[in-house]
Design a protein around this ligand. Structure first.
Ligand SMILES: O=P(O)(O)OC[C@H]1O[C@H](O)[C@H](O)[C@@H](O)[C@@H]1O
Length: 563
């Protein structure tokens, strides 16, 4: 069926309810909108299935969620009775329809004879990962669109190790979805019936308690200044309870939560775009920070897997740390603490993505810790932890990405905003006791390892037209690479579509210069964006800054020239 046929099918089939049809009727004269909603099906991208909420095959709605779940159910059933009995843990965030989609997921799985552990209320994504490992389930699902705007929702699928599925299982699920054919082949069971038959089981407090205990066991230092003042904002998401709890139980008593952003709000009214990568998400936190004279501001995204922070500088202004900087600080803090304690494993490794900067790698090297690189996506980073469990080749110490995701240890196989908030608070308190801020520490790191700077540029290009322009941009860089920029000579190009380094194929281009600077370009797998990652390196601060500017100008000129 083409998109118009699909549109008409949704309008005429008895399977779809009246509200859905009404919504679709209202776009009858808007061909572009019909095209966008029906030209494709939502598929698994960097972090699961993600899309705008609404009627259509390319939207998040009860039909696409139930179809995906039937595909997941078939994938589990193919593994036999034991897998079905081990079951699936389900969590959800604060978004519109998150709870409804979680219940639909539970009801489809139960109808297929698969046991379900459904959280009794909103929970952070990392807690779902932890739960899979604790309960020994075969799989897990979180209903969340992470940091996307309010009109999005999503469906992240996890497998038995506790990390998000990789392409092999995603493909299996997709094949199963395609084989289901019509929506009417999806099975349902009433939630009540599932509960009565003990196929659906609510979970909550006990798991929270165990999780918090295990998170606290990751602490690295007690000789810290616990009087530091921290402003925390969960950005109206799921972080509020666990992050506050872990900070409180670690002894931080001066934690002030942004009141307007404390409670769940699916519209993220005071934030707009609930992504702490964007400094605007800190507006309210900065205000409260100034009022309280806070040392540190922490923000977690709605499903509490991402964290960003801002630090008070010498004249009382707040300075944002980006994901590369926070990641490098964590690498330094974790490895230096463990070096002191003599607990760095012989075959220890940190894992980062191919578009994450190299400062963490330089620090790790000094502690004889290897740095392993993967494609973008925490599923790939934690996929390495799973791999190491099997091969014993390395011991996973921590993973991080430039997109403000970090995890320490292996109790959680995804980025974890609770663990990371605790460690960011702890390292701030640790350095404060030594009379330093995180900015002072970062400067010392730069002085020692070189000025590794970065700039990440995201260009939003929406809809079918946007996607086509993204393709043209990628084609242009691929076919006609920019040779030299200023004094930097192009040394090496990696096209991850033809890469031989063992990574799966991916639409990423990376350009290395002779001085250690580099840039990469790729379409986002979670949002309608093309992303440019620029990294410079120099012994001199200003020279490193200038290199960023030069690469930015050259790449942006090229992008702007492609209509
Ligand atoms: O660049 P994208 O494909 O949009 O992905 C950006 C980020 O999205 C999610 O948060 C993933 O969990 C991350 O691993 C990824 O880095």
């Amino acid at each position: 069926m083409d998109y118009l046929e699909k549109y008409n099918y949704w309008l005429s089939s008895e399977y779809f309810d009246e509200d859905t049809k009404k919504e679709l009727e209202s776009i009858r004269d808007n061909e572009e909108e019909i095209l966008d909603r029906f030209h494709t099906n939502l598929t698994f991208g960097t972090a699961g299935m993600r899309g705008k909420i609404g009627a259509g095959t390319n939207r998040m709605n009860k039909y696409t969620v139930s179809l995906a779940t039937q595909g997941l159910a078939e994938t589990i059933k193919a593994r036999g009775k034991d897998a079905m009995k081990r079951g699936v843990a389900i969590a959800y965030d604060v978004r519109h329809f998150s709870k409804e989609f979680a219940e639909i997921t539970a009801s489809v799985l139960a109808a297929n004879g698969i046991k379900v552990y459904l959280f009794d209320d909103i929970r952070p994504t990392p807690l779902l990962s932890y739960t899979i490992r604790k309960l020994g389930t075969i799989s897990g699902v979180v209903i969340t669109a992470s940091h996307n705007p309010k009109d999005y929702n999503g469906y992240k699928v996890y497998w038995e190790e506790g990390s998000q599925i990789l392409d092999d299982i995603a493909e299996e699920i997709l094949n199963n979805i395609n084989a289901i054919g019509d929506f009417s082949n999806v099975k349902f069971m009433d939630l009540e019936e599932g509960l009565n038959k003990a196929l659906i089981n609510y979970i909550g407090k006990e798991i929270d308690d165990e999780y918090i205990e295990d998170v606290k066991s990751l602490a690295l230092n007690e000789d810290i200044d616990k009087d530091i003042k921290i402003v925390y904002t969960p950005l109206n998401g799921t972080g509020n309870k666990p992050v506050r709890r872990v900070l409180r139980e670690r002894g931080f008593e001066n934690v002030f939560v942004v009141p307007e952003q404390e409670n769940p709000d699916p519209d993220f009214t005071t934030v707009g775009y609930p992504n702490p990568e964007d400094i605007k998400a800190f507006d309210y936190a900065i205000r409260l920070g100034k009022e309280k004279n806070a040392d540190l501001l922490i923000a977690t995204d709605p499903d509490c897997d991402r964290v960003a922070c801002m630090v008070k500088d010498f004249n009382g202004e707040y300075v944002a740390l980006n994901g590369n900087q926070t990641g490098a600080l964590l690498v330094k803090y974790i490895l230096s603490s463990r070096h002191r304690d003599g607990t760095i494993p012989k075959n220890g490794a940190i894992v980062k993505s191919i578009v994450t900067g190299d400062l963490g790698k330089a620090i790790a090297k000094e502690y004889n810790v290897a740095t392993i690189e993967t494609l973008t996506g925490f599923k790939n980073i934690c996929g390495k932890a799973n791999e190491f469990d099997k091969t014993g080749e390395y011991t996973f110490i921590m993973g991080y990405e430039e997109s403000i995701g970090y995890v320490y240890g292996t109790i959680v196989r995804d980025k974890d905003g609770v663990i990371s908030s605790m460690l960011i608070a702890e390292m701030t308190a640790y350095y404060k006791k030594q009379g330093k801020t995180l900015l002072d520490e970062l400067n010392e790191i730069y002085k020692k390892y070189g000025y590794y700077f970065e700039k990440l540029i995201s260009i939003v290009l929406e809809g079918v037209e946007g996607q086509e322009r993204i393709n043209r941009i990628m084609d242009s860089f691929r076919e006609d690479p920019i040779r030299n920029i200023g004094d930097m000579k192009l040394m090496k190009i990696i096209d991850y579509l033809n890469d031989e380094t063992g990574n799966p194929k991916s639409n990423v281009l990376k350009y290395y210069f002779d001085d250690g600077s580099w840039y990469a370009i790729r379409p986002s797998g979670t949002e309608p964006k093309v992303k440019v990652y620029i990294y410079s390196k120099d012994k001199e601060k200003q020279a490193s800054k200038n290199k960023i500017k030069a690469i930015e100008k050259a790449t942006m000129d090229r992008i702007e020239s492609i209509k």
